[in-house]
Ligand binder design. Structure first.
Ligand code: UDX
Length: 404
């Protein structure tokens, strides 16, 4: 098929390369000229495992452009633009702008418009009113850092459609993944995405609260609790890693968006609200651990990306931590294998540890595992539970969810 993808962020690009691998012709559209220019030279604008290689290998199936006109004879167009939360509410302007542009270019064509961007219930219905073409809601559940793998091997495919044939066509497109398919209405499909992300955020905040209690106990380690409860199939072992909190381009914005969306409907999402509150308090706890070691001095923050295997720092808890530490008067240096920031002086790993009075692990990059020996002599706070406490110097080590 000839497939348009509007919005070349991580979702658009991962979707694009995976469908290009399946032999489809992809027309990638973005308003960012620099991004398009880079892609035309086979340069991925972001770091995402496998993306650069896939882009090069299937480049013959791609056209990158800022010109919507090239979408005029496509079979299907994905909308993968961002849907930020502004003042606590979802901003759908980019989605509707795309819809209006598509209405103009798809006039002579019955291409199906597929919404992959995360949008509040009711959006597909509005997009349909604008474009008039068939609209399918097909939310993604991919994680940054494993976006391509997740796109190829999703746990499920959700297809929300009003017109069955349009839904069938999109279902068929993803058949190669062999994933179970949930057929749904537009609103159900849109709600599924928010329910999934909110539930995962709740799960992490839950274990983080349990971690708080563990820290107050003698000989109690939250990782043991998480491992044991995770063996219960009803709970599952995933997303039970206690840490300095969840960040990234999805959980913070999506939890806020659904809370305010529900409130406008007269409903309170009390559990999701509590999860947000718990998350917002994570940094305070790390700072108080730090104060237990030193009141001033040099801090090395290991990791600035919001999670490993990405260079994305959007809503990164590590960055918030750096800002807080600076406002508390600490001198901060940082190291990350891929991500960069202006918030702290970025140095090499060894240099970062050497300068530091205290080292804080803020992102669980594999590179930071097994650093126990290198950290000897330093105060260390393990904010992501990747170090082995038995290999650390007792009086110089603190970790999230680890009791006295
Ligand atoms: C998330 C969802 O997983 C994905 O399905 C959705 O499509 C987009 O949002 P992503 O933002 O890439 O994906 O990151 P994810 O791996 O879910 O992690 C989110 C945050 O939670 C990170 O800051 C991570 O460090 C944190 N996290 C995750 C924990 O603190 N503990 C965990 O156990 C898991």
């Amino acid at each position: 098929m000839k497939i348009g993808i509007v919005g070349l962020g991580v979702v658009g690009l991962a979707t694009g390369v995976v469908l290009a691998e399946q032999g489809h012709k992809i027309i990638g559209v973005d308003i960012d000229q620099n991004k398009v220019k880079g892609l035309e030279c086979k340069r991925s604008p972001i770091y995402e495992p496998g993306l650069q290689e896939m882009l090069e290998r299937y480049f013959h199936n791609f056209t990158f452009t800022t010109d919507y006109g090239l979408l005029s004879n496509t079979d299907l167009v994905f909308i993968t633009v961002s849907t930020p939360t502004i003042d606590g509410k979802i901003y759908l302007g980019y989605v509707f702008d795309v819809a209006k542009r598509l209405r103009d270019v798809l006039k002579r064509n019955d291409a199906i418009v597929v919404i992959k961007s995360t949008v509040v219930p009711g959006t597909a219905r509005k997009v349909k009113e604008i474009v008039k073409n068939d609209v399918v809601s097909n939310p993604e559940f991919l994680r940054e850092g494993s976006a391509i793998l997740d796109t190829k091997n999703p746990d499920r495919i959700v297809i929300g459609s009003e017109n069955k044939e349009a839904g069938d066509l999109v279902e068929n497109l993803w058949k190669f993944t062999n994933a179970p398919v949930i057929r749904a209405t537009w609103e159900e499909a849109e709600m599924i995405k928010y329910a999934a992300n909110s539930f995962l955020a709740v799960k992490i905040s839950f274990i983080n609260e349990i971690a708080n209690v563990c820290e107050k106990l003698k000989d109690c380690d939250v990782t043991v609790i998480a491992k044991a409860i995770g063996m219960d199939k009803r709970i599952s072992p995933y997303f039970l890693n206690a840490g300095i909190g969840w960040g990234g381009s999805c959980f913070p914005k999506d939890t806020q968006a659904i809370v305010s969306f529900a409130r406008d409907l007269g409903e309170e999402l009390k559990i999701v609200e509590a999860a947000i509150k718990v998350n917002n308090e994570r940094i305070k706890r790390v700072v108080s651990m730090l104060k237990g070691f030193i009141k001033e001095g040099n801090v090395c923050v290991l990791g600035v990306a919001f999670k490993p295997n990405t260079d994305d720092t959007r809503e990164s808890v590590a960055l918030k931590l750096i800002k807080t530490l600076k406002s508390e008067g600490y001198k901060v240096v940082a190291y990350d294998p891929k991500a960069i920031t202006n918030e702290a002086k970025m140095v090499g790993l060894d240099e970062c540890i050497r300068i530091a009075d205290v080292v804080i692990i803020a992102t669980e990059w594999d590179e930071f595992k097994g650093l126990e020996e290198k950290l000897r002599g330093k105060f260390v706070i393990d904010g992501r539970r990747i170090l082995d406490p038995s290999k650390m110097e007792k009086e110089k080590f603190k970790a999230v969810g680890l009791g006295e």
